[in-house]
Design a protein. Structure first.
Lengths: 352, 352, 352, 352, 352
């Protein structure tokens, strides 16, 4: 969860804003606004923060998306135009914070984690904040991205539910997109676990353990990101704000169920990881056992025989056996008998 | 839980339907309808989705069973006829979802897992959804199966409770059949555990561990399927819907108690699995100990003796003992004394 | 918990009765009835199920005890006479079910586990069901037994509380007898744990582990039997039924406290078992360490010396030392010096 | 927790009293009574149970302390005089029971564990019961002791709060004394843990484990004694009895906070014990590793060299090297080169 | 948590004060007072406890900071002037106590732990108590420190929120400063964990374990300090005291969220520590495996060969092979063949 990204926090007064993330390029779109009604659709991809008053009108629904948290001035302008509380603005910027839901006089506010698997098969976390106002939704992304494209596409379709069901429906839909993505990440972990199980059953390389522990770590961070979301959604579903229409609450309850499902799956996968760890550790012990048995069998057979050979290698002057004609074949006879007896013994002990 | 079955989910709008499961054969019955009153019984095994209006009448109870979730058009027709909410239809299709209960204006809706042991002694999960309407129950199965046959048989019997107690009783009875089957699966796990315990006490093959971990995995998935059911049933029992008659709630409470029992048993078996794991790991350690003792005993006895034999195999020119007449028997004497002393020592240390 | 006893359950309709347990002998008492008032006592040891109407009168208190769940007809007769709900009768027969409390219109009903230590020092579980009616208590035992004898004896005593305090007091007293017996079983486990600790400290035989795991298993099953009882008693204590007199609730609260005590003790003993497991496993590791040290000390001392002896056993023609007069005593000198140095080294490393 | 002390319990009727603990000596004070008002103080160290009516007057506060639970007759007399419920008397005698709080019509009743460290550094548990009546407090100790001396001393001081604040304040103060003592016991465990950590870091004697497990056991029993106290105090703080004055509740809340603190510390120490266990087990593994490395290094160096020496000790008639003049120094050369190569290899593998 | 600092507690009466911490130097500032209104600011760095009446006026806000808990007389004077309850004063002094919140008639009172990383990279805990009165905040520090400097600086700024929002805002701000510091400490632990993971992957020195366990210990103590704070803040947020203005509660809720975040992070890091432990232990096992394989390979190859060499070193008189001309090269041939066969075998077993 980007521990390296986190900067030394000093204790700043409540509501202080500082630049977050990388400075965006000059060309980069910072604010986009989609205005829509059931019969109208317009997308303005590059909104000037000073022009917000002209962009946002009471007779349409608006979805304002902000792509960077770096430009503090821009945030302040947006905040001022929509009357956002300064604590709300601070929360948007605390990209390390766990998901939370807060209700303000004129806004509902939720932050949550967009989780995705990147090209190096690593799990990445990005903070997203969504604010619901009277006839608008504002979404804040830590970095530009195309997570919300499915919603954008649906908005183009004049017959889609999202066009006619008000801004609270859009608000829920944006949360839904984020939660739906968790399933993709979970599947990734499930696949990794399946591969690791096969690998652990076949060899006992140390690497397996590291990979197992990496999956475990992913699940730990996933859990940290999804657990508080349940709490947040539960608070949201109990809201008495009139920004939410009652007949849209069903959709929230659907998202809530998905979150519960994600949490249950994380717990299940954690259990599987610990099974895998057991398997790995027991494999190591088992193979050690095999190694030790080989050593013991070889030693137990040859050490006494070597002793015997040593005995007849002694140079005593008075050594009756040495003169005996059949001593040498007898020696081999004893060796073979001992060898067979040992093999028998090991067979009986199930060491072979 | 069929991780391989799961397809890459894109974030679809709320209530979107996609084909699920395998395409059913042309011959396969898709919809069956049993109409009954205390004095009437009729089973139509192959209902045409377009004919539902004619099939379903207000003066009878109906149990409509749908055998496949593949045909989206059919689901839409059924949904439209009964006025099912589009979120409800989506939930029926999410066969990976954990059990849930939801209340709609005119319907109560529950999904749960049918769990069974297949011929390869593997545990299989199948999603079942049951919808309760005014005078009908609709059950959706992921794949055709005969789970519900005991209920079908009872319905044939004009004196059976199920014929006279209304559709909510049938609704409970269908849930009950599913929950009752959990006991069969639990018994299967219990039997496996008992076998594994005997095996673990007798040998320490690596396979035992894999089998123990397989039982553990079964229990993990069982738990994931049954835990949320408790929550769902608890919500159902608190319903204020007038689709449920008060004097039938006793039967729900009975199912709820069975679910609690299943959950308790799963927890108990998980404890037993972990005991078994301890036994297995400790067995490995113990046998390693035995192996090491054998090695150590053999080495401790013969290594010093071999050294002694080596000494008298040296070719020094001035080597008084070599000339001594009783050197050889003395050598054996020393060997035997050392041997006996060692055995004594090991006996005292309880290594033998 | 009698996994072997359990029969394959088919999903039967609610309230179906099947023979449970062994068929009782012809001579065996099935139903006994004790009728009492403060001034009256009569025990009928062999009641005919058809005569119940004559036996049970409104002006006396009755304690009916039924000794077998095998005779389904008898159960039905009893059920019919007292107006027991068919779900209640089914619950009485589900001897594998965890403890539960249920309230019916005219009856309070509780099932719990009688737990005892048999002659082979094994823990045995038997289901007991107790029903409280207006002026009677009915107890159902899975098999004939003398658990309830203390209560029987008290009832003979005209001055005993139980004679004057109504049937709810008797109901509580029967539950109390069962709970009191849990302490005896707990003591048995405590004694076993103490013995095992002594044994584990003295030797590391594999048997210890099996015995430890057996105690753990006992505790797992105990827990499964007692945990749900807390819930049941808690529900019972919140009843608003007028079958319970308010001034007798104190006695219920006493039983509840005992149950909490039993649960706490089970948890404590589970912790002790896990400590014992740690001790056992660490003992094995420790002894392995001792074994390995012996092997290493012997090997480290003698392997280099054996090499040296081997060197001087070589048959090179040009081998100056062999001719040297003091070669042999020098060889021994080197051996002794090496030996002492090694011992010193091991002493310093605390291996000796 | 005195498992050996516990006697075989038969199921006795509610409220039966049996002698508990050792029979007190003839000389021993059994009942003492301190009577006080803000302006009056009198201590009667040896009260006759038959004289209670004379001792206890309505115009003074009284603290009656009873030193033994052996004399059943005495308990009955005391119980009768103060009108104590028979269940209350039974609870006083159940010295094995976990802490509990109970409210009776005219009395508040709490039992808790006095915990102390004895001279052999073992933790001892003693049951204390305190009863609060209208103007008196009765304390029951399992055995005579001086735990309550601090309170006795304060009562001598006419200006002390305890003299003027009523009997509920004294009731709280007695509980406070017991809870305060838990901190001394906790400190003892903390000291032991610190010592054990140092010892575990320095050697790996098996004794350490036993001592660690003893501390763990202490904590397990402590927990069992303190956990239920929280519940009891919480119930007490919610009492609506008018035996408690509202402005004294602050003192109870203080005791409650201390109890929470004790519980948190026990949990913390349990975590530390498990860390210590990990350290111990890992130490054993680590040292085993060291031992094995020594064995392997010695074996790996000398076994091949011994083989080489063995080769040149063979007695083949046609053995060219034996005749070679520089064979012997060459042999040593090879040995030294091999030795150095091995050392290098082990260095690289970080075994040295 | 300064176990060594803790002194033997005797059970003192409620509200007794004893000197805590080190005696402050003569020069040291003990009490400072900042008086402010939106338009006024004055700092008196060295207030005489006898002059408080003159310092504290009703028309200004005051922040009194007390730097030492050693001077009992001073605490009593302060307590008397502000009318602090004696239990409150006692709680201020119990520097070992876990965080708590208490409400008094005229004051709100919270104690919490200031946690910091000192120069030796150790985590230090210091108790802080903050009291909120009508128009003043009093903060008590265990030892002089500059934790609160950020607040001091803000107060100098006439435009800062803290100047205009009343003393409850200052109260929250002081708590906020303490909680914000927890993130710094958490980061320290996160950095340590990252370093340790790298180190554990590269070598298996015993030191790693000690360092891992040290981090674990830090987290255990952190948890003990932060967990109860959540409870305290939750109680504070439910207060009905009119010392808190409703529109400032948002700031409290912000602190509460941060606390939850800290707790979640502690749990996450604990999981990571346990993963690291697993990695460490498995590393040890793995390396042991490697060591054992080397030993076994060397032994398995050379022990049989040494036996063979021993055989031909025997001095039997009748020993046909010795005379054979190609015996010696044949011997080497056999050795090489055996060697290659062994290597092949080990390759197949994946030991090489």
């Amino acid at each position: 969860m980007g521990k390296s990204r986190r900067k030394k926090r000093e204790s700043l007064p409540f509501g202080t804003l500082v630049p977050v993330g990388e400075k965006p390029g000059v060309e980069q779109v910072l604010i986009s606004n989609i205005s829509y009604t059931p019969g109208f659709y317009n997308e303005n991809c590059d909104v000037d923060a000073n022009n917000l008053a002209k962009e946002i009108t009471d007779d349409k629904f608006h979805w304002i998306n902000i792509n960077s948290l770096y430009d503090v001035e821009l945030l302040k302008k947006v905040g001022k135009h929509f009357g956002l509380h300064n604590l709300l603005l601070e929360d948007i910027q605390q990209t390390e914070h766990i998901p939370k839901y807060e209700e303000f006089e004129k806004h509902l506010f939720i932050t949550l984690k967009m989780i995705s698997v990147n090209d190096q098969e690593k799990i990445e976390f990005e903070q997203v904040a969504v604010v619901l106002g009277k006839n608008y939704v504002i979404s804040f992304q830590e970095a530009p991205g195309d997570f919300f494209d499915p919603v954008r596409k649906r908005l183009l379709d004049a017959t889609a539910q999202v066009r006619s069901k008000g801004s609270d429906f859009l608000f829920f839909r944006l949360i839904d997109v984020v939660v739906d993505n968790y399933f993709v990440v979970l599947e990734h972990s499930a696949d990794q676990l399946e591969n690791l199980e096969t690998k652990t059953l076949n060899d006992n390389e140390e690497n397996n353990l590291r990979e197992i522990l990496n999956v475990k770590k992913d699940l730990i961070y996933l859990r940290k990101s999804v657990f508080p979301l349940r709490e947040a959604l539960s608070k949201l579903s109990k809201t008495e704000s009139d920004l939410i229409q009652d007949n849209n609450l069903k959709y929230l309850s659907d998202i809530y169920d998905h979150t519960i499902h994600v949490i249950q799956s994380i717990e299940t996968y954690r259990d599987l990881v610990s099974s895998l760890m057991d398997l790995h550790l027991s494999s190591i012990s088992y193979r050690m056992n095999v190694v030790m048995k080989v050593l013991t069998i070889i030693s137990t057979i040859f050490i006494p025989l070597t002793f015997l050979a040593g005995v007849y290698g002694m140079n005593f002057k008075y050594f009756p056996e040495l003169q005996w004609q059949y001593a040498y074949p007898t020696f081999w006879g004893i060796c073979i008998v001992l060898f067979i007896a040992m093999m028998f013994y090991f067979k009986k002990k199930k060491w072979l």
